[in-house]
Design a protein around this ligand. Structure first.
Ligand SMILES: O=C(O)CCC(=O)C(=O)O
Length: 282
């Protein structure tokens, strides 16, 4: 699978992220925004501020569940809300980029919808993904990442400080400082606030230092995030292959962890014999 052109490959290795324009149509953007408004009224999993549980960077800020219908939302495990969320698992051309970057031996590891309304109470934050463990691991420049994400913008973000994804270009190759020593923020030296249009996608590995900037604009910034990991790393969105697998294509089922046979020790470690056929097609 060769999807990145030479310039994109260079940027991926140097800066650690790609900006793909127009991955969703205006109709798809409108549809997913309407879905986010609809399902925020339904119960669903969102990380809360329970100090008894490991919640990583959610502990830094006031991320308690916001019951205001126009407020902050961080909803996980999106697939059961609509077939369209299942279809986004291997949406083209984004999935081709993911396979080019990661190789074919991958799983979908997480889905997430985030709404960030304008507020002067949220300053933004910076982190790497994958928690305490992956934070210390950076693969070499020429290697595929352990895990990466596709962030779909559902809102135009054309000005700074309007909930922009903020990245530290090149930081995927460096250790992020321990937050107790030096807390990185979207205003730390080296940070770049990305701009983009609704329907665009940012691709970046979990190792890139990143996070949301403050939103001082007039509009709530909505995004969808689809994470992918190497097969042996396993999903962190669900414990078992989710029920929605019944509505999936064979490729989507494989990406959800259905290896085509019952689990046995060694599953996920050894790649199924038909993996390339299932992921790449004939
Ligand atoms: O921009 C956001 O709302 C959060 C994005 C982020 O930090 C992440 O994807 O881990």
């Amino acid at each position: 699978m060769h999807k990145l052109d030479d310039q994109q490959r260079k940027q991926w290795h140097t800066d650690g992220y790609l900006h793909i324009e127009g991955a969703l149509t205006a109709e798809q953007v409108e549809f997913f925004n309407a879905e986010m408004a609809r399902f925020r009224g339904q119960p669903g999993y969102e990380p809360d501020n329970n100090p008894e549980l490991p919640i990583g960077h959610y502990a830094w800020l006031d991320h308690a569940r916001d019951l205001d219908p126009g407020g902050f939302m961080d909803r996980r495990d999106l697939l059961s809300y609509h077939q369209a969320f299942i279809d986004l698992i291997d949406h083209e051309p984004i999935f081709d980029y993911v396979v080019d970057i990661m190789g074919p031996n991958i799983l979908l590891s997480m889905t997430q919808a985030i709404a960030r309304p304008p507020t002067d109470k949220f300053p933004g934050y910076t982190h790497t993904d994958g928690g305490e463990s992956l934070r210390q691991i950076r693969v070499s420049e020429s290697s595929p990442p352990v895990a990466m994400k596709a962030m779909y913008l559902l809102t135009d973000v054309t000005e700074p400080n309007t909930g922009n994804l903020t990245v530290f270009p090149g930081s995927h190759l460096r250790q992020i400082p321990d937050a107790d020593d030096r807390l990185m923020t979207p205003n730390s030296p080296g940070a770049a606030q990305l701009t983009g249009k609704a329907g665009d996608v940012y691709l970046f590995p979990h190792a890139l230092w990143h996070g949301p900037a403050m939103n001082q604009g007039n509009t709530t910034r909505n995004t969808l995030l689809y994470n992918y990991c190497q097969l042996w790393v396993r999903s962190y969105d669900h414990e078992n292959v989710p029920d929605v697998a019944q509505q999936c294509s064979p490729r989507q089922r494989r990406l959800l962890g259905d290896l085509g046979y019952d689990f046995r020790p060694g599953s996920y470690f050894y790649v199924p014999k038909d993996q390339e056929t299932v992921i790449l097609g004939d």
